[in-house]
Ligand binder design. Structure first.
Ligand SMILES: O=C(O)CCC(=O)C(=O)O
Ligand SMILES: [Fe+2]
Length: 296
């Protein structure tokens, strides 16, 4: 970023503005260090991008097994969450980040997190961490953006964005997520029949797709035997309420065994809601300041 040298020795910028410029510098440095320039371009043009080699394939196998095991536990406990109505077979496995150490490793994986940070700034937080098990025979999900409850026009700087971890090859037949490239620019919700314009987000097992929450998308129908396991890590701005109150169920022990950003991501540092009749949580106050960038 341009230095202040041309203005003389005194930096005239407000301290919070200096901080926000440093955040931009960190974001740029991280994108370049990780070689993600092409992915940033794809996020701009299409609203989504696919990363490969984020973790070894064995990591994806373990994620898959763990999600299916937890889904089985939910079923046995009568708590399974159906995704295609009571007669469908597809289901959601929720609260994953609080249900196994492997999920802590996944959410901190540096490449997808750098792209989410590019979309949403370093102040963003995790809204939920879900397994999406799609089974043969269920209809596709309705097209949507991942900005529910946000009135149109949905802000161009997205209020939410998502990662989709791919545990089984994504294809039209396997039930890949369907997307309409470029629709993230429209800042509204999909029109009826939009699904006809969608394409499958093809991706190999072991990939992680990152997409702008403003992108029109849906889970596709699986037309081949078996099940497709995907995992979302869904992020929102720190001023948005998360889907899952992960902060209330994740212990301090889990927080300290992870990098410092983990605490922020789960909402530990959020200034709100104030606790114990206080005003706000001071740890989150660093993001109160001025910024010129919509990422915050
Ligand atoms: O499972 C998928 O492919 C997408 C799921 C999705 O978009 C959602 O639940 O919001
Ligand atoms: Fe979605």
């Amino acid at each position: 970023m341009a230095s202040q040298k041309q203005l003389g020795d005194t930096d005239q910028r407000h301290p919070t503005m200096i901080e926000s410029h440093k955040r931009l510098d960190r974001m740029r440095d991280e994108i370049i260090r990780l070689g993600l320039e092409r992915n940033v371009l794809e996020l701009e043009l299409y609203g989504y991008t696919i990363l490969e080699n984020v973790k070894p394939l064995a990591f994806f196998d373990e994620l898959r097994e763990t999600i299916l095991r937890l889904g089985e536990e939910d079923r046995a406990a009568g708590k399974r969450i159906p995704l295609s109505g009571p007669k469908g077979s597809s289901y959601l496995v929720a609260w994953l980040l609080a249900r196994g150490r492997i999920f802590e490793e996944a959410v901190m994986a540096e490449k997808p997190l750098a792209l989410i940070t590019y979309l949403m700034g370093e102040s963003c937080q995790i809204s939920s961490n879900h397994g999406h098990v799609r089974c043969e025979g269920d209809p596709p999900q309705g097209m949507h953006t991942d900005s529910p409850m946000v009135p149109e026009p949905i802000p161009a700087a997205s209020v939410a964005s998502n990662m989709m971890w791919v545990m089984d090859d994504f294809s039209l037949e396997s039930g890949a997520t369907l997307v309409i490239p470029g629709s993230h620019k429209r800042q509204n919700n999909p029109s009826p029949g939009a699904i006809k314009q969608a394409i499958p987000m093809e991706a190999k097992k072991g990939s992680v797709a990152v997409f702008n929450g403003n992108l029109w998308h849906s889970a596709g129908a699986r037309t081949m035997p078996g099940e497709r396991v995907g995992m979302t890590v869904y992020f929102n701005r720190m001023y948005v309420r998360p889907q899952e109150d992960l902060n209330s169920v994740i212990s301090d022990e889990v927080v300290v065994r992870n990098p410092p950003r983990f605490a922020h991501l789960i909402g530990r540092n959020n200034p709100y809601p104030a606790k114990d009749f206080g005003f706000f949580n001071a740890k989150g106050a660093s993001y109160f300041g001025r910024t010129t960038d919509p990422r915050g």
